[in-house]
Ligand binder design. Structure first.
Ligand code: UD1
Ligand code: UDP
Length: 401
């Protein structure tokens, strides 16, 4: 019997909550392929918010760089992740590295792999706002990764076009859809209690919910304070509305929001919700007010209007499709848009019914096809249990790639 493991080793590196959500289905898809062996490495750029997602998807990382520090700087995370992941690669050789998105972990992972001439597959490639400082530092991170990546998995045709415009070879780009839809498909059908009495009561009674998230670095300080002040005005205007705000673990975000909204009875601050609970609340919300990238993709898949508290978006597809509006952090615009959504049924219906531009739930399989292509291995799509053979159950979560 041949005891030598012939499978090709594929390192999957991630460090923050959104990367974990979007790479969990990729890890699962890699595991299903005969010729591949995923090696999961986390930078630990996030801790609690990362562990929540790993636990939900049953992923136990093979290695954790343990980087998180309170008040960590961009330099700390970048230097720590390049060194830490680089040493890992030296000690545990792999055949390819997969990274996702635009965080500092993503850039560090791609760079460390590039330094060792290991092929890099970039998931969610080609997103651009055109403004290097918005979002900061993500717009730069994603461009850096595009320079060193071997293959680019673009979620949409528009993101592929962004790469072509930067002279990335067409043969190196594959439009895969966004793997966030694959993750959402897995949890969307579970409608269990959230475990928070106030939210569960609202879900049971059909009370209107406005879900809110805020964390962007370029909005730290006055931007996030303006969002919080706008929420107080909306809460006072609509006492029947429950505003649910799961707060990012970043202390800078918390100390800005908490004093502004404290004592307002229909604003409910919580710890970060599990991905399953968050998706459930999102699917039952009247609208979501957010600066998150991932939430801009999930909400249209669940037919929920998105109000984006940013001046730019690298996800113009959702704005063009009519599912999102950009309002920045301007209080007047936030209040005006939310009032419209809460009172004008036709406006709400039009936004809610816009198409989901981000995929069909099979993006991870396409990403792993790309990985196999890079490595010159091929698993036929006819294996038992292969989702490529079986149409996925997609509640309202469908969209053409
Ligand atoms: C990071 C990413 C951003 C991504 C966001 C998702 C960078 C530069 N930023 O931003 O692209 O959109 O994650 O949420 O890569 N903290 C904890 N526990 C956690 C997570 C965070 O305590 O589980 C606290 C720590 O004090 C940490 C701070 O939050 O210092 C900020 O975390 P950091 O990863 O540096 O930046 P984010 O704003 O979370
Ligand atoms: N999310 C979550 N719990 C929460 C808030 C968000 O699981 O309390 C999920 C959300 O569904 C999305 C991801 O976290 O998949 C987005 O993460 P974040 O907003 O931190 O980062 P971004 O997408 O802006 O990079």
């Amino acid at each position: 019997m041949d005891l030598v493991d012939q499978r090709r080793r594929v390192a999957v590196l991630y460090g923050t909550r959104p990367e974990a959500v979007k790479l969990a289905p990729v890890v699962q898809a890699l595991t299903r392929r005969d010729g591949l062996h995923p090696v999961v490495v986390t930078s630990g750029q996030h801790r609690e918010m990362l562990d929540q997602v790993n636990t939900l998807f049953g992923i136990v990382p093979d290695h954790d760089l343990g980087l998180l520090r309170q008040g960590q700087t961009l330099d700390d995370v970048l230097a720590g992740a390049v060194r830490g992941f680089g040493s890992f690669l030296d000690e545990h050789p792999v055949d390819a590295v997969v990274v996702q998105g635009d965080t500092t972990t993503t850039f560090a992972g791609a760079l460390a792999a590039f330094h060792r001439r290991i092929p890099v597959v970039h998931v969610e490639a080609g997103l651009r706002t055109g403004d290097l400082y918005s979002p900061f530092p993500e717009e730069a991170n994603r461009r850096f990764v595009s320079v060193v990546a071997t293959r680019h998995c673009a979620p949409t045709e528009a993101s592929a076009q962004n790469l072509y415009a930067e002279n990335v070879r067409r043969s190196d780009v594959t439009v895969t859809g966004n793997t966030v839809i694959d993750a959402l498909v897995q949890v969307a059908s579970r409608q269990s209690d959230v475990g928070d009495p106030i939210i569960d009561e609202a879900l049971r009674t059909g009370r209107r919910i406005l879900l809110v998230t805020a964390h962007r670095r370029e909005s730290w300080g006055s931007g996030i304070r303006d969002v919080a002040e706008a929420l107080v005005r909306v809460a006072n205007l609509y006492p029947d509305l429950l505003i649910v705000l799961p707060m990012h673990r970043n202390p800078l975000v918390r100390t800005t929001i908490s004093p502004v909204v404290r004592g307002v009875p229909n604003i409910h601050l919580t710890e970060p919700l599990s991905y399953e609970a968050f998706s459930h609340v999102l699917s039952r919300s009247t609208a979501v007010l957010t600066d998150s990238g991932g939430v801009q993709e999930e909400a249209p898949a669940l037919d929920i209007p998105v109000v984006v508290t940013r001046d730019t978006t690298e996800r113009p597809e959702v704005v063009q499709a009519g599912g999102a509006v950009l309002v920045g952090t301007d209080q007047q615009r936030i209040v005006r848009t939310l009032r419209e959504l809460l009172t004008n049924e036709e406006f709400h219906r039009r936004m809610a019914q816009s198409p989901n531009p981000f995929g069909d739930g099979l993006a991870s399989e396409r990403v792993v096809d790309v990985v196999e292509d890079v490595l010159g291995v091929h698993t036929p799509a006819s294996r038992a249990g292969d989702p490529r053979e079986v149409p996925v159950e997609v509640p309202a979560v469908v969209g053409a790639v």
